[in-house]
Write a protein that binds this ligand. Sequence first.
Ligand code: NAD
Length: 452
Amino acid sequence: MENYKALVEKQRAYFLTGKTKELEFRIKALEKLRQVVQSHEVELTGALKADLNKSEFDAYATEIGFILHEIRFVIKHLKSWMKPQKVKTPMTHIGSVSMIYPEPYGVSLIIAPWNYPFQLAVAPLIGAIAAGNCAILKPSELTPTTSALLAGLIHDHFQEEYIAVVEGDVATSQALLAERFDYIFFTGSVPVGKVIMEAAAKNLTPVTLELGGKSPCIVDEKANLKLAAKRIAWGKFLNAGQTCIAPDYLYVQKSIKEPFLLLLKEAIADMFGEIETYTRIVSERHFLRLQEFLQDGLIYVGGGSDQNALKIEPTVLTNVTWDDRVMADEIFGPILPVLEFEDIEEVIREIQEKPNPLALYVFSESNDVQNKVINHISFGGGCINDTIYHITSPYLPFGGVGSSGIGAYHGKGSFDTFSHEKSVLKQTTKFDIPFRYPNVKDGLKKIKMFLK
Ligand code: NAD
């Protein structure tokens, strides 16, 4: 088995020089990363096309441009985020000053999935750099062209003792996990998330787990149906449904189901009519898994597939129940099952019984319905009257809850994730309040005045 002890030790020694903690150093690294991405846009677009048949538009909007925007935001705010923060001091601590110092953990490990193979590897890296850490990045083996390109770019522009990419599959990932890291940031599936947390527990290494699950999308009778259809079609079928926060399935109110489904069909035809430019399924194994779901319910839209090209048409299934295979686990493909409901309370109850979704979407003009859903269901994050869009705001930390993950990132969230908040009390030596000492006269009485 490969051994990464030497690499981790080299990074830890480099971290201990203190270089990576300097503001100037962090900004320079982020600027260099931005420049590397900008000057290799064509290669990156080509790699994403080779691995997933991503269109140039999707490659830029959801991967390259997304990263450039994130780097710009972080560079702009980093100085203020890094400043030690002075907080209040209580009466009992009079004379002292209380400070919180954000400081890097040290050597971080970032393990990435294949669905946005560039963005999901580099977005956490931005956080690691911003917070002053060293990082080892393990991209997904299922998108080998992007993985190799990323490894080459990082190797050519960053010292290995600061940032390194290790390419490989599960065995490589496990060999890395055998080492002691100071932080582990994992994006991937729920079962592998458990493996990561178990490995981290051996060294009490803190983790962020960005996982998945079935994200519901509710369409109530008071929704703007046309806009709902458009925004749902976009969010679901973008990247051939291989998006962790894609609406996994729909709950549509019975009274508007027929007109809504017609609008959904139109929106899909308008946006995803051309199959040649459509993103493909990442592997044959994933293709075959998804194809099984086409047997469930009734095909309302799509249903076609091409095994050679690993493509599945955007598909909508009706007459689906919770007993169907398509409803058992996260779909992660261009198949959208539709359930119907009469009463929102029933939807809330059903979702509450299931693992916490990573995302949830509710389409309704009714404040009452919106509030009920937001206040009664625990989920990572989501939108009212939209899908996916919450992930693109740097002011909204992105992450799951319960089985959909631990921790959050993006914008300041990324800096916070990779920083430990070190609390320090700076005490005065000009005087010494005596109450705490056991030999003070009436000590207990006095301490009871303060601690009650
Ligand atoms: P995955 O869990 O199979 O793999 C993710 C990474 O873990 C890969 O780099 C892989 O090499 C490694 N890995 C796989 N098995 C491992 C093991 N046993 N031990 C150690 N490492 C292992 O996930 P995937 O198929 O690449 O991605 C799809 C999943 O990721 C979906 O569930 C999706 O919802 C989730 N996801 C979540 C987010 C998010 O931000 N929350 C984003 C994208 C994808």
